[in-house]
Design a protein around this ligand. Structure first.
Ligand code: SF4
Length: 378
């Protein structure tokens, strides 16, 4: 399990090693055909800041070699904002007295139809808060069953599950799982997640192993940038985690996402660092140079011009037309959003902007027949 690997890594030593990186380290990393995590540390370090243009060109080259000039589009559907956790940075935390919505099967159907009206989406991400009693595995299985006739690629972003639960949801058409570790700082993790299921660091960080053991085809990961002052250290731990997973579950496809906090949201929580656009660009290029195959995903948390630009330089997956309130497409468009959308453009506007940048939007890059083929080969 990755928690054993993580226990061998020192947060403080890693932070010091990143700060000590030099221009020579950066240039060595840029020359290396298969960069190591140590190279990744150099590429995200302050020493790499003067190399941003070179990194951007390299990132674009690797991305085009592997993905062409394409961006895969997906849309999230929040099924419920009911949650038993108390994450200090989230407005949905259990102590917040607010109306809670759990979409019924009929409401799910209305949402799926409304999404199809927005654009020919085939990639759907189903999102829930963590409420196993009311929105647990049977509820998710129902949502997947109802979605399957309308979408070819179904992913979930829900509470960490047991191996057999992931396997069960795969039988209902689930193809991928996204889970944010939030932070790899074990001690501080507890202070951000004081109560509820999410307070168990080991259960969360080892959830990725359980996904791999269940044969989940696509695993998405990320840290919440802003929780830890030393964001570079957190991202380095994630890079170790990515390499560990690729080594152990090599048939699985991986994606990364870099959600960053803004000062004005987060349920009153003040971020411990604010990442600039330039730093996010550097991180994105560093990740692409570190791993030519990983999907790099940007959500509508980012501003339109920045998303459009980064779609040509390393990003390969994007959401569009997103609503982050449950039932936001048809049933409850006035409900409270989990986070503020910074790219409010319509799906057509996003598509046209990508085409203007010379990037081809991709709606479908997966079919369930592949899953059967892969399962047979396991
Ligand atoms: S971040 Fe997720 S788990 Fe935490 S309170 Fe918000 S909805 Fe619940």
């Amino acid at each position: 399990m990755f928690s054993d690997e993580l226990a061998r890594l020192s947060w403080d030593d890693t932070t010091a090693a990143i700060a000590a990186k030099t221009a020579d380290d950066v240039e060595r990393a840029l020359r290396r055909p298969k960069p190591t995590v140590d190279d990744f540390m150099a590429l995200i370090s302050p020493a790499a800041e003067p190399y941003l243009e070179i990194m951007a060109r390299l990132s674009r080259r690797y991305t085009e070699e592997r993905f062409g000039r394409t961006v895969s589009l997906f849309i999230p559907l929040y099924l419920t904002n009911s949650c038993t956790n108390s994450c200090v940075y989230c407005g949905f935390h259990v102590a917040n007295k607010m109306p809670r919505t759990i979409l019924t099967p009929a409401e799910m159907e209305r949402e799926y139809a409304a999404i199809k009206e927005l654009g020919p989406f085939e990639n759907l991400l189903l999102v829930t808060g963590e409420n196993p009693a009311k929105a647990g595995v049977p509820y998710l299985a129902k949502a997947l069953d109802l979605a399957k006739p309308h979408f070819s690629n179904l992913k979930i972003e829900v509470m960490p599950l047991a191996t057999e639960e992931y396997a069960e949801l795969r039988r209902h058409g689930m193809n991928g799982v996204i889970c944010f570790q939030e932070t790899y700082h074990r001690d501080n993790y507890k202070s951000y997640h004081p109560r509820g299921m999410k307070s168990n660091f080991e259960w969360r960080v080892n959830g990725f192993d359980r996904m791999g053991q269940a044969g989940v085809h696509s695993i998405g990961m990320g840290v919440l940038i802003g929780l830890e002052k030393e964001w570079r250290t957190d991202l380095t731990m994630m890079a170790y985690h990515l390499r560990y997973l690729q080594h152990h579950y090599w048939r699985t496809k991986y994606s990364v996402n870099f959600p960053r906090m803004c000062p004005a949201e987060n349920g009153g929580f003040q971020p411990n660092c604010l990442m600039t656009d330039r730093e996010l660009a550097q991180l994105t290029f560093a990740m692409r140079i570190f791993d030519h195959d990983v999907d790099i995903s940007y959500s509508t948390r980012e501003l339109p011009a920045f998303r459009d630009h980064m779609a040509t330089l390393g990003v390969t997956t994007m959401s569009a037309g997103s609503r982050t309130e449950p039932g936001g497409y048809a049933c409850y468009p006035e409900a409270l959003e989990q986070f503020e959308v910074s790219d409010p453009r319509s799906v057509d506007e996003v598509v046209n902007a990508l085409k203007t940048m010379g990037v081809e939007p991709v709606w479908k890059d997966w079919d369930s027949v592949f899953d059967k083929h892969l399962s047979d080969g396991r």
